[in-house]
Write a protein that binds this ligand. Structure first.
Ligand SMILES: [Zn+2]
Ligand SMILES: [Zn+2]
Length: 253
């Protein structure tokens, strides 16, 4: 079995860097925002529905539909073949472990070191452990930092339906500093519902970390499609930086 370092070095070829904060970027999730707006349409929509959204979303990579990375992210959850699910889980685990390890201080921002990470549970009726939790368990360093503190709540979440009741907090989180990890962020409805439930229970959600921020999909606005085309042609992914790089306390000290 290759190490996280070896695997992630190869897997960088599947990734596209996430732009840092800037005038045309969503101040929350680092996707492109409509001209003149500080937030993308998805973040604006979701933040209006939850009382304590996390203002810091730090995606590992951008991703477009039908790309090799997107296929991995689908396969690890839903492929009929166990080998494909396993292969996808190894990719997910390696990318997440490398990112969380190398950019722990960037994720913390002004909050200082975080206590643990938690994954967003299934809300679509998938039985048993969420595939992301299984992927996290493949890397001992990652598994030791994971706590299961959320369960599906009473509100049925959807692409543009978020709410404080989307998840229930099932373990003590008061005064804990938590990183919320998810596989794919399209609108943030699930991740921000999870973040809000945790904050209302007394936790500090220092960042939401989606492995992939989906952009430029079918029906995306033309400014986003054009921005993606220009960005993805020019930029190549590197492990030594991220969209929040240098913003953490530990990073600057
Ligand atoms: Zn956004
Ligand atoms: Zn960083």
């Amino acid at each position: 079995m290759p190490t996280v370092e070896e695997l992630s070095r190869v897997l960088a070829a599947l990734c596209t860097p996430v732009p840092p904060a800037g005038p045309d970027m969503c101040a929350v999730c680092h996707a492109w925002s409509p001209p003149g707006r500080s937030m993308c349409t998805a973040c604006a929509c979701v933040r209006a529905q939850v009382s304590r959204p996390c203002p810091r979303v730090v995606p590992v990579t951008l991703c477009v539909a039908r790309s090799p990375l997107n296929r991995c992210l689908r396969a690890y959850k839903d492929d009929a073949e166990p080998e494909a699910r396993w292969g996808g889980a190894v990719v997910v685990a390696a990318l997440l472990a490398r990112f969380l390890h190398d950019h722990a201080a960037c994720l913390a921002g002004d909050h200082g070191p975080w206590d643990f990470l938690t994954t967003v549970p299934s809300s679509e009726g998938r039985p048993g452990r969420h595939p992301l939790e299984r992927a996290v368990s493949l890397v001992p360093w990652l598994a030791r930092r994971h706590r299961r503190v959320l369960a599906p709540g009473t509100l049925t979440l959807a692409r543009r339906v978020a709410g404080d009741d989307g998840f229930e907090v099932v373990a003590p989180v008061r005064r804990r500093r938590i990183v919320v990890v998810d596989d794919v962020l399209a609108t943030g409805a699930r991740a921000q519902s999870a973040a809000s439930a945790l904050a209302l229970a007394g936790a500090t959600v220092v960042a939401v970390v989606p492995l992939a921020r989906m952009v430029a999909g079918p029906g995306a606005p033309s400014f986003e499609t054009a921005a993606w085309a220009a960005w993805s042609r020019r930029q190549s992914f590197r492990w030594d930086t991220c969209c929040a790089h240098g913003t953490g306390e530990a990073a600057s000290s």
